[in-house]
Design a protein around this ligand. Sequence first.
Ligand SMILES: Cc1cc2nc3c(=O)[nH]c(=O)nc-3n(C[C@H](O)[C@H](O)[C@H](O)COP(=O)(O)O)c2cc1C
Length: 201
Amino acid sequence: MSAAVELFDLHADGTPPADPLTLAREWLPADDEPDRPQVTLGTLGTDGCPDARTVLLTAFDETGFAFHTSAASRKVAELAALPRASMVVLWPGFTRQLVLRGEVVPDAAESVAAAWAARSDHLRRLAWCNTDELAALNRDERLRRWAAAPVGPLRTQAPSWVGYRLQPVELTFWAGGVDSASRRLQYPRTADGWRWRHLAG
Ligand SMILES: Cc1cc2nc3c(=O)[nH]c(=O)nc-3n(C[C@H](O)[C@H](O)[C@H](O)COP(=O)(O)O)c2cc1C
C-alpha cells in the first residue's frame, strides 16, 4: 500500500472515493510485491455452466485487473467464446472481500512479458512443462521429466503464456466487523462514470 494513500474506512460515515481504483489501491498489494493476491476467476463454461478457478492477480491499473495463464487452458477457450468474467479476492482472516465483474481483453505484450519476468522459476517451469500429457503419466515418469527439464532455457517466455485484463463494470468492496454488521460499497460503472452505493453485507 502506498503511504501517500489515505485509508478509507468502509464502516465509517465519510464519503467514499469517487474512483473505486483509489480504494482498490488501498486494499490490494502494489504490483511489485511478490506475494500476489489469489483470486477466484469466474467464467462461463462453453456448456453454459459457470466455471471457476484460482489465479494470481498479477497487476492492476486503469486498464484492468490482469491475470496470466496458458493459452491451452479451458478458461482461455471460455473467454474466447464469452469475454466476460468475475474475480473474487478474499483476504486472509475473512475481514475483506472484493468482487469484480466485467469485460475481458487481451493483456498488452509488454505486460505479458513483465508478468513472465516476475514469476518464480517454479512457475515458469510449470508454464513450459505442465501439460495434460505430463499429468497422465505415472508418478515416477512425471518426476523424471520434471527433473530433466533444466531451468535455464525455461526462463525464456513460454509460447503458451498469455494474459488478460478484466475491465470492471462493477466493483464491490465488502468489509466485515466483529462489532457491527458487514457492509458493502458497490461501484457500478455508468455512462457518466462511477457511482457508488452502500449495501448490506
Ligand atoms: C493458489 C493458486 C494459484 C494459481 N494461479 C494460477 C495462475 O496465476 N494462472 C493459471 O493459469 N493457473 C493458476 N492456478 C491453477 C488454476 O487454478 C487452474 O487449475 C488452471 O489454470 C486450469 O484452469 P482452467 O482449466 O479452468 O483453465 C492456480 C492455482 C492455485 C491453487
